[in-house]
Design a protein around this ligand. Structure first.
Ligand code: AMP
Length: 204
């Protein structure tokens, strides 16, 4: 086996080996495909930020901030939080200096409006996305994974609703990024390590 086929190699070697210095990535895929796990791995291997909008929102809710009070009804119902709130939050995060080292976005964009915003926001920062990774996993596997998680918004009803929203709002992004020429399709029906290696291989 080539040593580069192991996540550890990339984690230690990082962007210096076969990778462009700064990577700006998006992970797409239905809830439950493992975006969070993969984003974390990629951020370590590539020495870039992991930005999870779901996580940022959960922190606001836990801290009962004014934003947190506004969003809990959407989060608990499995609905998308209004674009104005999420865009404002991401804009602030991207303006922090550490985002210059590159990032992997997990959970954003969720619709075409957010994707258009991201494009213009990166243009203002004189940069652009490198790749969009769409992770695909059979629906039965996704459902089993979601039901095993222990999150407040992972009840059978909200799972069904979130998958429906994904179909209506987020799937159009696959075509959007395909036309932009930066989409990579990854078969995510494998161990987390194997999926990480597949992603690293396609962005190297
Ligand atoms: P996630 O952790 O990505 O599964 O997101 C959990 C919940 O946070 C979603 O069901 C939405 O309510 C909200 N959320 C996360 N990211 C976004 C986004 N980009 N746009 C709107 N709502 C979001």
């Amino acid at each position: 086996m080539d040593v580069r086929d192991t996540g550890n190699f990339w984690r230690l070697a990082g962007p210096a080996v076969g990778m462009k210095g700064v990577m700006r990535l998006i992970l797409l895929g239905t809830p439950g495909v493992g975006k969070g796990t993969q984003a974390l791995e990629l951020s370590e291997c590539l020495h870039i930020l992991h930005i999870s909008t779901g996580e940022l929102l959960r922190v606001e809710m836990e801290n009962k901030t004014p934003i947190g009070m506004k969003i809990d009804k959407y989060m608990n119902a499995g609905e998308l939080v209004p674009d104005t709130i999420i865009i404002d939050m991401l804009e602030k995060r991207l303006q922090e200096p550490d985002s210059r080292k590159g990032f992997v976005l997990d959970g954003f964009p969720r619709n075409l409006n957010q994707a258009d915003y991201l494009k213009s926001s990166l243009e203002r920062l004189q940069t652009s996305l490198d790749r969009v990774i769409n992770i695909e996993v059979p629906i039965d596997t996704v459902l089993n994974r979601l039901l095993q998680r222990n999150r407040a918004d992972d009840t059978p009803e909200t799972i069904k609703y979130r998958l429906e929203i994904y179909k209506q709002e987020t799937i159009p992004l696959i075509d959007y990024y395909q036309r932009a020429g930066i989409l990579e399709q990854i078969n995510g029906d494998a161990s987390p390590e194997e999926v990480t290696n597949r992603i690293l291989a396609c962005i190297a």
